[in-house]
Design a protein around this ligand. Sequence first.
Ligand code: PEP
Ligand code: CO
Length: 456
Amino acid sequence: MKTQDKNHTLGAWTPESWQQKQTLQQPAYRHPAALNSAVAELARLPPIVVSYEVDELQRQLALAQIGEAFVLHGGNCAESLDECTSDRVVEQLKILLQMSLVLMHGLKKPIIRIGRMAGQYAKPRSADLETRDGVSLPSYRGDIVNRAPFDAVSREPDPQLLLRGYERAALTLNFVRALIDGGFADLHNPSAWDLDFMRHSPKYEEYKRIVDSISDSLSFFEAVSGRAVADSQRVEFYASHEGLHLHYEQAQTRFIPRRKRWYNLSTHLPWIGVRTAALTDGHIEYFRGIANPIAVKVGPTSDPHYLRDLVATLNPDGVPGRLTLIHRLGAAKIDAGLPKLIDALGPLKGSVVWVCDPMHGNTESTESGLKTRRFDNILSELEDAFRIHAQMGSILGGVHLELTGDNVTECTGGARGLTDDDLAQAYRSTVDPRLNYEQALEVAMRIARHARLPAS
Ligand code: PEP
Ligand code: CO
């Protein structure tokens, strides 16, 4: 591959060079001067993460790429500024920690915990305008852009929201770090991760058995080795969001002299969504120049040439852990679609981290117009992903899920058999439907169980 030539034709990269390209899904701000001043302020403020952590995540992702670790990437479809509260952050952290325990126990591998948190505020939309009863207003694009209520003031893109999003992201990550450093995530103390309502869950007994078995193993290891495993078991947690709003991402892009590279320090792992991943567009341009590990969503319409060019553009030197491909094909399309994606990379299929997102290809609407996803479809796509990767000599390095530690009713199915009619009880998402606490834990258990079975 003549990567040199390719980069040359792409031109010189700067944190702003994306502005020379077509860039989709950006808000139409009424006053460019107000945007410029918000971006200038963001660029002046300290970063949310540091380059050492970003490098460490890339090292860990390199292990997932070769099957020696497994990625659990999950959280809200969109965070909201109002839900940046102690309870919500704790609940989200608890469910991710619990799932990671279950996965670690079943897969017998380190789990790389990555939250869709601390910056997951910008959303791609299928249309620029939303029309209700003959009134058209800008679509809601996430709390960092505008607000969800359908009135002209809420829907006007406001550059000051970039700063509000940055602040809430910093508050969120600060709290997560303090909880983790303060011992909340200590493996000796998993009962601290129980949620009030979980004891009534049909899955609680199974979860408890797994936790007890891990506690027994820890005690056994500490008894025979004569030392505590606390240090080696210190839980690490990373933040991730869709790097959709490029003015926000650009403002937090910093040159790190130690590495002589530019880093996006608004998050550890930014990703490109499926709607903005065209090779010649602004998002690919911005992402190719940053030193972070990055991810790109790929779907049923991503063709083999595109995939090869994508890998050559974003990871020309084949750096392990640099590029994650998150496939989101849908339960009905994965059988035909995934082998084509894996085949497209040929000998380079092991040069990326493959992650399965079984959510975004399985969204449907109920008769009453609610967006939902069926638990069985989510599970079926996941199981197919494990099977197809194994059959093709490729490695599934992780999962990407939309979930909440809350007791919502947004996806149907699961141990309680939620139906379309149950969804109205606690449907809170303003965007995509999430697995609730119980469904999320059940997914983790099913992955863990499945991984112990021989590939069929
Ligand atoms: C998302 O992850 O919320 C999203 C919009 O995904 P995709 O780009 O895969 O549709
Ligand atoms: Co989503």
